[in-house]
Design a protein around this ligand. Structure first.
Ligand code: 13P
Length: 252
């Protein structure tokens, strides 16, 4: 089994003005300076430049929350990979369930965004996960298999080292309901199996796959103890420095 460095990434969603970004990061930086895992914050576009300045030279890496697939052009309201790269962005969330639910994101557009990110040297965090109804009808595995295959369509094996997958059961996001550690681990094993089917066992063993959905300082240890879980994509608990730092301290 390949050893995988866990990655905890905050997804701020539509939170944190520049002023709030400064306050949060100024408090967070000293609290996570000895983190044993990789740490990233995915900020809204308007806060990225401020975040970049504050975290330069620290443990914290910079992420964005979406990227368009075109290089440039008539796509009002969209942001290109080059624009993010210029700001020092390293990671970019692609295919978050909120994008899929509210903004018409499909497996095909997730794939296009992931490829655009990779082509410009950004590292996509590709999100997959089932809705509550899909879980209740026993379709969880089918959904994550379809989403994973769709997201990786046409992606070359040598790009895999730059990709992180986040398994986020939609019913667990922002609800306080966490998937049990066993359920999360089992579904992540299914996702890892898809990577293995597409690229071989070594690639599957090396792929970092996060859990996301009401992850916090209390449940992080139990989730991280599972063999397939390589970190977390954190919403609510990444918005307060102390909460996020406690969660990060709970890794290992
Ligand atoms: P919460 O941690 O608020 O449940 O959000 C999870 C999430 O959607 C991260 O991308």
């Amino acid at each position: 089994m390949a050893s995988r460095t866990p990655i905890i990434a905050g997804n701020w969603k539509m939170n944190n003005t520049i002023k709030e970004t400064k306050e949060l990061l100024t408090a967070l930086i000293p609290l996570v300076k000895d983190a044993k895992c990789e740490v990233a914050v995915c900020a809204p576009y308007t806060s990225i430049a401020a975040a970049a300045g504050l975290i330069a030279g620290t443990k914290i890496k910079l992420g964005a929350e979406n990227v368009h697939w075109a290089d440039k052009g008539a796509f009002t309201g969209e942001i290109s990979a080059d624009m993010l790269k210029e700001l020092g962005v390293e990671y970019v969330i692609v295919g978050h369930s909120e994008r899929r639910q509210y903004f018409g994101e499909t497996d095909a557009t997730v794939n296009k965004r992931a490829k655009a990110a990779l082509s410009r040297g950004l590292k996509p965090i590709i999100c997959v996960g089932e809705l509550l109804g899909e879980r209740e009808s026993g379709a969880t595995d089918d959904v994550v298999i379809r989403q994973t295959k769709g997201a990786f369509d046409g992606i070359a094996a040598d790009e895999l080292k730059n990709i992180v997958i986040a398994y986020e059961p939609v019913w667990a996001i922002g609800t306080g309901k966490t998937a049990t550690a066993d359920d999360a681990d089992a579904t992540i094993a299914v996702i890892r199996g898809v990577v293995g089917e597409l690229y071989g066992k070594d690639a599957a063993d090396a792929m970092r796959i996060q859990y996301g959905g009401s992850m916090n300082a209390k449940n992080v240890a139990e989730l991280m103890a599972k063999p397939n879980i390589d970190g977390g994509l954190i919403g609510g608990a990444s918005l307060k420095a102390e909460d996020f730092a406690k969660l990060i301290a709970g890794v290992n």
